[in-house]
Design a protein around this ligand. Structure first.
Ligand code: PBG
Ligand code: ZN
Length: 332
């Protein structure tokens, strides 16, 4: 008889919608979401990114409208990816990105919190995240960090609230912090892509940014700078290193396949952790939803719940504009 009582005990708290609501709070709210924005200098009209169900690359003009409609959904934090029209090997021209940041902050002010991705892969003609050696078989760390520092400084000066280095070079967080502080920009936040894995799940993004690595060179992938999917140890070490160098927010990316990494980093730091549910992860949910395999809203909510459980404080998602209404109406 006693056994029966125990087995009933667990279901009592799941029996109805109200009791589930009471005991299963969704602790992450739409306030903790960041929405990625792509702005492509070469476009004359907004362009839908393949497999991304409605996510577009914006033009310098349409981005204002995109931000306004996202604001109406309750999301006011953005991660900007400026995509310049001209690709080069070095001596990059950052003026498109800097002017864009300045215009956006002039127009929206404190109405938006604007983070900008700091990387070179949408600037380089070979698609790598840094500067290559003569031979074209290695990404040069020191040279790349110098340029990234310059880029971060220019965007911070233009008014970015946050710079988010995603290149995975060693020492870039420390260098960027030093640059910002030297020019009285110490109030600008650094959100470091600390644990960024070399992943299959960035496909749609690379299409949007025209940043897939050139296959005719000696170096054909990002494995010499992005983390191996097998190494959570490397991820934790990079996160702690970035914290020591002055990062304010640590990111894990991709998110849903790396919840163990979010958890491990969480155990070692008190900094806020951002989880980036990347383009391929978003696309996989959207493709399944389109085929009727899953319910779109519920599938995204379940991913977000996983990220919350594992310790994410911030979620970067292409579905962010739906977060408010989906979370409000959730029933787990
Ligand atoms: C580039 C960068 C990538 C993403 C953000 N910044 C991809 C890459 O390394 O090629 C991925 C974002 C996404 O897939 O949504 N440094
Ligand atoms: Zn890059």
């Amino acid at each position: 008889m006693e056994e029966k009582l125990y087995s009933i005990h667990h279901r009592r708290l799941r029996l109805g919608k109200r009791i589930r609501e009471l005991v299963n709070p969704f602790r992450i709210s739409h306030r903790n979401f960041i929405y990625p924005l792509f702005v492509d200098e070469s476009l004359t009209a907004r362009r839908e990114i393949e497999h991304m169900n409605g996510i577009c690359s914006e033009t310098r003009e349409t981005v204002f409208e995109a931000i306004s409609s996202t604001l109406a959904s309750g999301i006011n934090k953005f991660l900007l990816f400026p995509i310049p029209a001209k690709k080069r090997k070095d001596h990059f021209d950052f003026s498109f990105a800097a002017d864009l940041v300045a215009e956006l902050k002039q127009s929206f002010g404190d109405g938006i919190w604007l983070a900008t991705d700091i990387c070179l892969c949408s600037y380089t003609d070979h698609g790598h995240c840094g500067i290559l050696n003569e031979k074209g078989d290695q990404v040069l760390n020191h040279e790349s960090v110098k340029v990234l520092g310059e880029y971060a400084y220019l965007l911070a000066k233009a008014g970015a609230d946050c710079v988010a280095p995603s290149d995975m070079m060693d020492g870039r967080v420390g260098h960027i912090r030093q640059q910002l502080n030297a020019f009285a920009l110490e109030q600008v936040t650094i959100m470091s892509y600390s644990a960024k894995f070399s992943s299959q799940w960035y496909g749609p993004f690379r299409d949007a940014c025209h940043s897939a690595p050139d296959q005719s060179l000696g170096i054909k992938d990002r494995k010499s700078y992005q983390l191996s999917p097998l190494s959570s140890r490397d991820a934790v070490q990079c996160a702690l290193r970035d914290e020591a160098e002055g990062a304010d927010i640590l990111m894990v990316k991709p998110a849903a396949l790396y919840t163990d990494v979010i958890w491990s980093v969480k155990q070692k730091t008190n900094l806020p952790i951002a989880a980036y549910h990347v383009s391929g992860e978003y696309a996989s949910v959207e493709l399944m939803a389109a085929q009727g395999v899953v319910d779109r809203a519920k599938a995204h909510l379940e991913v977000w719940a996983a990220l919350q459980r594992s310790g994410a404080d911030i979620i970067i998602s292409y579905a962010a504009p739906f977060a408010k209404s989906w979370i409000e109406n959730y029933d787990f």
